[in-house]
Design a protein around this ligand. Sequence first.
Ligand code: TYM
Length: 327
Amino acid sequence: MNTIFSGIQPSGDLTLGNYLGALKNFIPFQDTHECYYCVVNQHAITVPQEPAQLHARTTELAAIYLAAGLDPNKATLFVQSEVPEHALLGWVMITTSYVGEMERMTQYKDKARKQGDSIPLGLMTYPPLMAADILLYQADLVPVGEDQRQHMEITRTLAERFNYRYGEVFTVPEMWAPKGGARVMSLQEPTKKMSKSDDNRTATIYLLDETDDIVRKIKRAQTDSESVIRYDKENKPGVSNLLSIHAAISGKSFAELERDYDGQGYGTLKKDVADLVVGELEPIRRRYHELVGSPELGRILDEGRDKAHAKASVTYRKAVEAMGLYR
Ligand code: TYM
């Protein structure tokens, strides 16, 4: 059985982008692959976090994974910091990386710009830690949104570089991105990605938003003055974003949607998109509230940690033996 690894940072309230780009797609893989899904809290600390909030968000994110349909009998769900091999192999991957290639990462450049003069070094060494996450499980496939493409390319480069230097230790993983929903855009500035860290909460649909908020935010979404429903990312980013959200949930193609909405106004499209999003998120929100404080959640994460550790420790040992680090 092929192996899947993916992770989400507990660095803010999860968005519809995280859901359609990543989480929703994790679920079907659990029937066909050996799956490891992780709360990557050590990635979250690459920018300052308030400890109590980080602690709470870690279990909240685990509850969201389960509420979205992750079955702990099929997939392994765990917290990154509880499996020490992530940080250990992360160091190995840092020593396999070059400063120049890290400085070229667009996410690093974007995030560093927001930090002023004191740029945390962890922002730069973020990709080698992500590579370590994936390589520890010998993952074949990594389901992520489009914004992770550069990080996936560097992961492949580091795996190949390591294997070339020290012998074939790591599986070189492939990225898997969904056809619709791989890049959900801000509802207010549709040329910008929808993000957990956007200060404008009207621009973002959060996974746990109440129905009224979802409807209101979609109603207010930026469109254009042309009044034609057509997928055209360049010239009609707002309408195209609504069509992508529709497609990611309804499973329809853009051609089908353009036919369905021929002659209709933006109001109709917005109402239908809001109905689809509410229909998708409402059951998740309900299950989340049942799960979040339950003792079962702790048990699932304990078991997940043990299963993840069993696999990660084998790979880590192989890697350090190959490098001559094991006496
Ligand atoms: P993070 O926490 O920013 O996002 C989690 C997942 O959500 C996807 N995503 C989106 N997809 C579509 N539209 C959007 N607007 C949108 N915003 C976010 C991301 O692509 C991601 O799949 N580096 C990762 C976390 C990570 C990881 C890993 C992922 C650490 N180690 C190993 C995979 C494998 C990140 O920052 O995700």
